[in-house]
Write a protein that binds this ligand. Structure first.
Ligand code: SF4
Length: 453
């Protein structure tokens, strides 16, 4: 097996040489997973594939996935699974040679041969993988003309990094989402629209905060030059106080949103939005008690909701305005009136960022505000994400005006932007101030670069 756990994702047309390449170059070091090896009538091949990949990774084995894997739709979950298990992800890219693939496919027999239309359909979807897709390495594979393969590393052609500071750096996949800086603002700063290591950790506590930042970063861009952050220093889920934990392991498929676990007096928990999906992470989140509900604040954070809800045996919640993002939700919140969904937990519909945005209030203490408002370190105040409002800033102003007087909380716990705890009276005063300021805002084009973190 490979010395380091790795997921090798073979990317190429049918009959491009992938299976032969696996047999000659990877077998013995990598376990093999391929949908082609599943029984013809097997159901849910994707689920079965991901289960097998996770099992190999959990056992510390490297694994190669030999399908066409033509686009991020197919390789994205594999990259996430690799990183969720602390493994690397390597793309083996077979540049398309449609004529050659059709010729070799025509020479195949039985189940190995696919209809030509299948090869043509794959060629239309085929995309060249890159480190920007989350891969730690990209290797190009070509026939060498002597019955073997020539493999070239193509990783560094496309990835650059900020200067390393005492062994840590930020690679160029950083999307400036602010998540890591929230955990270690004294160690990680913002420069030219990306994160940058400011100085090395000075003591054990700072080293732990830097590791928290690394394990929260949705693109895994914060790295020691040795390659991987120490899994023993992964702190998640991390208690913010005795009633709430932050999940870490933010997912690129939820725009890097923070997710939380709300603990209930009965010993159960509720998950608010979700981290990246991983069975191993899901097990960690239930160590504090069964999770009964997965509460989505809005459509942008819905990607892993069903997976977590199914794993937990929990109910999945979303507002009807964003229902198309989670059409199989178990509980649909309707209208604009607040609704108590469990003892001490109320949902407040707050359309504006999206049509179906809501916030969840718990125990007069916690406000899970989704992307409706957040704490800005730049302004030292509550803010709306004015420059990233998908539905209507004017509707958001109306929502705040209707709702602000009903909300009492100490903690603002947003999807994006920083968290903050203040006395409830001060939080209320600031929320009314935000409501007034939002009334003056007018629609503007979406601009991710203009968020005041
Ligand atoms: S969390 Fe990661 S992607 Fe987001 S700003 Fe920090 S380094 Fe960049």
């Amino acid at each position: 097996m490979a010395t380091e756990p790795d997921v090798a994702v073979l990317v190429g047309l049918q009959a491009a040489g992938k299976t032969t390449f696996y047999a000659r170059c990877l077998a013995g070091r990598y376990a093999l997973v391929s949908k082609d090896l599943f029984p013809r009538g097997a159901r849910n091949k994707q689920g079965r594939q991901m289960r097998l990949v996770a099992e190999h990774l959990a056992a510390g084995r490297a694994v190669a996935v030999d399908n066409t894997n033509p686009s991020p739709l197919e390789w994205g979950p594999l990259v996430e699974a690799a990183h969720a298990h602390g493994a690397t992800a390597t793309a083996y890219w077979f540049p398309p040679d449609l004529t050659g693939s059709l010729r070799r496919n025509a020479a195949r027999e039985g189940r190995d041969r696919v209809p030509d239309v299948g090869v043509l359909a794959t060629s239309k979807r085929l995309r060249r993988p890159s480190p920007r897709d989350g891969f730690d390495a990209v290797r190009e594979v070509r026939f060498d003309g002597r019955g073997g393969f020539r493999v070239r590393d193509r990783t560094d052609n496309t990835r650059s990094r900020s200067p390393a500071v005492d062994g840590w750096y930020v690679d160029d996949r950083c999307v400036n989402c602010d998540v890591a800086r929230q955990f270690a603002p004294e160690l990680i700063g913002e420069a030219d629209g990306k994160s940058r290591i400011l100085r090395p950790p000075a003591d054990d506590a700072e080293n732990r905060r830097l590791h928290a930042a690394a394990f929260a970063c949705p693109t895994r861009s914060i790295r020691p030059v040795t390659g991987r952050a120490d899994p023993a220093l992964d702190p998640f889920p991390l208690a913010l106080d005795d009633g709430v934990l932050i999940c870490g392991h933010n997912s690129a498929r939820t725009a890097g949103a923070n997710a939380y676990l709300l603990r209930r007096p009965s010993g159960t928990g509720m998950m608010v939005d979700t981290p990246r999906w991983s069975r191993e992470l899901a097990r960690r989140y239930t160590a504090y008690g069964p999770v009964t509900d997965v509460l989505l604040t809005h459509r942008d954070h819905a990607a892993h909701g069903r997976r977590y809800a199914d794993h937990f045996g929990a109910r999945l919640w979303i507002h009807e305005g964003d229902l198309d993002a989670a059409p199989d939700a178990d509980q649909v919140i309707r209208g604009l009136e607040p609704l108590e969904i469990a003892a001490g937990v109320t949902v407040h519909p707050l359309p504006g960022h999206t049509r179906g945005s809501v916030l969840y209030l718990a125990d007069d203490r916690y406000c899970f505000s989704g992307d409706s408002f957040y704490w800005s370190r730049t302004t030292g105040d509550l803010e709306v994400v004015e420059s990233v409002t998908w539905y209507s800033i004017e509707v958001l102003a109306d929502s705040l005006a209707r709702t602000a007087g009903r909300l009492r909380f100490e903690w603002v716990l947003p999807g994006h932007g920083d968290r903050r705890r203040l006395p409830a009276e001060e939080m209320s005063r600031r929320l009314h101030g935000l409501t007034e300021r939002t009334r003056l805002l007018r629609p503007r084009p979406v601009d991710f670069t203009d968020v005041r973190w």
